[in-house]
Design a protein around this ligand. Structure first.
Ligand SMILES: O=c1ccn([C@@H]2O[C@H](COP(=O)(O)O)[C@@H](O)[C@H]2O)c(=O)[nH]1
Length: 284
């Protein structure tokens, strides 16, 4: 039996657990702070501790692939284990690997991260549209066919993102607005939310307005990193997303992970972050 769409599953998860994604980012400095070794065994302990604390309690978790890949095949094996264990908890797993390539090799990435039975396939994948939005077609097709989702980089949280994302295409439309329009076209008619989301940093201030990016028309989830360690909080979430805020999945990694390794303290930090995100994004 086919699973419901990612958009529907995420909407339900955000309604029941709050609009928070906890990033699983095993930075060397955090491993040291948790008294863990900077190797595959340390990664494994770190990531499984985070899942123990927040699995089944938050809408989503987001393992950061780079920090597993830096340990080579042993690190990737841990990422595979974390993806499977995360899905077992019922919390949605967004693999943050920011993949993007020409169409023919994008098929390979889609197969790795979005195919049923692939060990790296979570519930959604972050992808980069900067080889052209159409180059993502293999990922879009496979995600929609398997009930998975994508988060397409649109207005990223880093200070350099504007160099590319605010630039104007030959039609005079900003790159960010063009990406948002392509996602909106794929999501048209989906209820309650489409499965092709965007990444829009909680740190981007009024960039959506300045680039003419209409987030309310995307009809898909908006993954908002930048909460916590990058300086954004409830005020920024409300200001950046305005009328699109009910679509937002706020994401915090170091802001929650700094509370570890104690499981109860991690859980409490995640609950606090989820309450803050709920107050900012879903005011009653
Ligand atoms: O625009 C983006 C896209 C992705 N990220 C990722 O989110 C986390 C942020 O970690 P914090 O510790 O909460 O700063 C990290 O994995 C980034 O690669 C982003 O920050 N901005």
């Amino acid at each position: 039996m086919s699973r419901p769409s990612f958009g529907a599953r995420l909407a339900a998860a955000m309604d029941s657990r709050g609009p928070l994604c906890v990033g699983i980012d095993p930075h060397p400095s955090l491993l040291a702070a948790w008294d863990l070794t900077d190797d595959a065994a340390g990664l494994r302990r770190f990531a499984l501790t985070v899942l123990d604390a927040v699995g089944g309690r938050v809408a989503a978790v987001k393992p950061q692939s780079a920090l597993f890949e830096r340990h080579g095949s042993a690190g990737v094996a841990v990422l595979e284990e974390v993806v499977a264990a995360g899905r077992e908890t019922g919390t949605l797993v967004v693999v943050d690997a920011k993949r993007g390539d020409i169409g023919s090799t994008m098929e390979g990435y889609a197969d790795a991260y979005l195919r049923d039975g692939s060990p790296l396939a979570g519930d959604a994948l972050t992808v980069s549209p900067y080889l052209g939005f159409g180059s993502l077609d293999p990922a879009v097709d496979l995600a929609l066919a398997t009930g998975r989702g994508l988060f397409v980089l649109c207005l990223t949280s880093n200070k350099e993102g504007h160099e590319v994302q605010h630039a104007r295409t030959e039609d005079g439309v900003s790159v960010a607005a063009a990406i948002a329009a392509r996602a909106a076209a794929i999501n048209a008619g989906a209820d309650p939310l489409g499965s092709v989301g965007l990444v829009v940093g909680a740190t981007v201030g009024d960039a959506a307005d300045r680039t003419g990016t209409d987030l309310t028309r995307v009809n898909g989830p908006l993954l908002a990193p930048g909460v916590g360690a990058q300086g954004a909080g409830a005020r920024e979430l409300a200001a950046v997303f305005g009328a699109a805020r009910h679509q937002v999945l706020a994401s915090s990694s170091r802001g929650v992970l700094a509370a570890g390794p104690d499981v109860a303290a991690l859980r409490a930090a995640a609950v606090r972050a989820a309450e803050e995100a709920t107050a900012a994004l879903r005011p009653s």
